[in-house]
Write a protein that binds this ligand. Structure first.
Ligand code: ATP
Ligand code: MG
Ligand code: MG
Length: 386
C-alpha cells in the first residue's frame, strides 16, 4: 500500500500489534528495542536496531534507516526527535516531537489542556518537601493525588495522599521524582476514547469505552461504555477537542473520569495506541493499530471503519496478566479457546506476576452475552461479572 518504511521507537506489545497491522498492508516496519522484543519476534528484518528508545544515538540510527518515525511509547528521547526534525526535513515524525515532549511531562500536559479549555482535575506543581505537600492538603483537601510528572505508567509514580499523616511516606515513595499534585476526582466510572488525528488535522474517534483499573492496571474494557448515549457523545467530543490541540498525525488514547454529577474530566492522553483500544482489533473493521499506520502515512480512513462492525454491538477486552506462579495465566487463555466470540492475543513475553502477557477480546450482539462469555473465560460460569 505504500513504499515508505516506518521506524517504531519501542517494540513491546503495542509495537507488535502495529507491525501486525502494517504487515497486512505490505508496509515495512523497523523496530528499535532490545533484541527479540515482542515486535521483532514477528517481523524478520536486517534493519532492526538493538538498543533503547531513550538513547539518542540509537534513535538516530533508526532514523537513518526509515522514511517515517513513530512511537509505541511516550518515554522516548524527545530532544533527539526535535533535533532530527530540524536536521532531516525529509524524515516525517508522527506524532510531532513537540507533542511527545509535552505529553511526556504529565504536569505540562495538564497545564496545556487546561489552558485550551479542556476540563481536567485542578493540578499544581509541588516541591518535594513536607511543607509544600501540607500546603496542597490545605488547598485541595484530602485525599489528593501526588503524581510523578515523568516516566509514569500503570500507576507507578502515583501516591494517594489520604491525610497529612501520609505525607512522609508519600515523599519517601516518590522522593527522587519531579512531582505535581492533582485534586481528587471522585469518579463513578473511568472512560476512554481512541482518537485518530489525520495529517490535515482532522480528528475521528472510536466509541467511548469504560475501563476498569485493578491495582492501577487496566484489567477490563467494556465497549461501548455502559452509560447513556448522551454521555458517550460528550466524552467523545471532549476527547476529540483535546487531541485536536496537539500536532502530528496518529492515534491517541484519551483517559477520562465520569463524575457522579455527570461531569467528565480528562485524566491523561497517550500519544500512541492504548490498552483501552485493543478491542478494536476484533470489533471494528479498522483497528486502532491500522488507523495509526494509515494516519502516519496519510492513507485514507473511513469513519465507518472505526465503529463496531455489524452484527457486533458490544465487546469486552480482558487483559491477561502474569499470575503468581509461572504461566498460571494460561488457564484463562485455554478457556478462551473454547468460548464463542473470543479471540486470544499473546505478546511473546516471559511470564512475571502482574505483567501484561496478552489480552482476550470478546465480541457479541449484546453486553449480556459478552458478560456471560467473560464469566466462562474467568472460570465463574455461574456468575455474571459486572
Ligand atoms: P497509565 O498506565 O494509564 O499511563 P499512569 O501511571 O500514567 O497510568 P494515571 O492514569 O495518572 O497513571 O492514574 C492511574 C489511575 O489512578 C487512574 O486510572 C485512576 O484510577 C487513578 N487516578 C488518577 N488520577 C486521579 C485523580 N486525580 N483522582 C482520583 N483517581 C485518580
Ligand atoms: Mg500514563
Ligand atoms: Mg493512565
Amino acid at each position: 500500500m505504500d513504499s515508505r518504511t516506518i521506524g517504531i521507537l519501542g517494540g513491546g506489545q503495542l509495537g507488535r500489534m502495529l507491525v501486525e497491522a502494517a504487515s497486512r498492508l505490505n508496509i515495512d516496519t523497523v523496530i528499535l528495542d532490545a533484541e527479540n522484543a515482542p515486535a521483532k519476534q514477528i517481523r524478520a528484518s536486517a534493519l532492526h536496531v538493538n538498543g533503547s528508545f531513550s538513547d539518542g544515538p540509537a534513535v538516530r540510527e533508526l532514523a537513518s534507516r526509515v522514511n517515517v518515525l513513530t512511537v509505541e511509547i511516550e518515554h522516548v528521547d524527545a530532544a533527539v526527535l526535535l533535533e532530527l526534525q530540524k536536521e532531516k526535513p525529509e524524515l516525517e515524525i508522527h506524532p510531532a516531537p513537540e507533542t511527545i515532549k509535552l505529553i511526556q511531562d504529565k504536569y505540562l500536559q495538564k497545564e496545556h489542556l487546561i489552558a485550551k479549555g479542556i476540563a481536567a482535575p485542578e493540578s499544581v506543581s509541588v516541591e518535594n518537601t513536607e511543607e509544600s505537600l501540607k500546603a496542597i492538603g490545605s488547598k485541595f483537601g484530602y485525599p489528593y493525588m501526588l503524581k510523578s510528572r515523568t516516566q509514569a505508567y500503570d500507576g507507578r509514580g502515583n501516591y494517594v495522599v489520604s491525610s497529612a499523616q501520609d505525607i512522609p511516606s508519600a515523599l519517601k515513595a516518590l522522593h527522587s521524582r519531579p512531582l505535581y499534585a492533582e485534586k481528587w476526582a471522585p469518579f463513578t466510572k473511568e472512560l476512554a476514547v481512541m482518537v485518530v488525528q489525520q495529517k490535515d488535522g482532522s480528528v475521528l474517534s472510536y466509541p467511548t469505552v469504560e475501563t476498569v483499573q485493578t491495582n492501577n492496571i487496566c484489567s477490563l474494557v467494556y465497549a461501548p461504555a455502559r452509560i447513556p448515549d448522551s454521555v458517550q457523545t460528550r466524552a467523545r467530543y471532549l476527547a476529540e477537542q483535546a487531541v485536536a490541540t496537539f500536532t502530528g498525525a496518529g492515534i491517541f488514547g484519551v483517559e477520562m473520569f465520569l463524575l457522579e454529577n455527570g461531569e467528565i474530566l480528562l485524566n491523561e492522553i497517550a500519544p500512541r495506541p492504548h490498552n483501552s483500544g485493543h478491542y478494536t482489533i476484533d470489533a471494528c473493521a479498522t483497528s486502532q493499530f491500522e488507523a495509526h499506520i494509515r494516519a502516519v502515512l496519510g492513507l485514507p480512513i473511513a469513519k465507518n471503519g472505526l465503529a463496531l462492525s455489524t452484527p457486533i454491538t458490544n465487546a469486552i477486552m480482558l487483559n491477561v496478566l502474569g499470575g503468581d506462579t509461572p504461566n498460571a495465566e494460561l488457564e484463562i487463555c485455554k478457556r478462551s479457546l473454547t468460548t464463542r466470540g473470543a479471540t486470544l492475543h499473546l505478546y511473546g513475553k516471559t511470564t512475571r506476576p502482574g505483567r501484561k502477557m496478552g489480552h482476550i477480546n470478546i465480541v457479541a450482539g449484546s453486553m449480556y452475552e459478552c458478560e456471560t462469555r467473560l464469566a466462562q473465560i474467568q472460570g465463574a460460569e455461574e456468575g455474571i461479572s459486572s
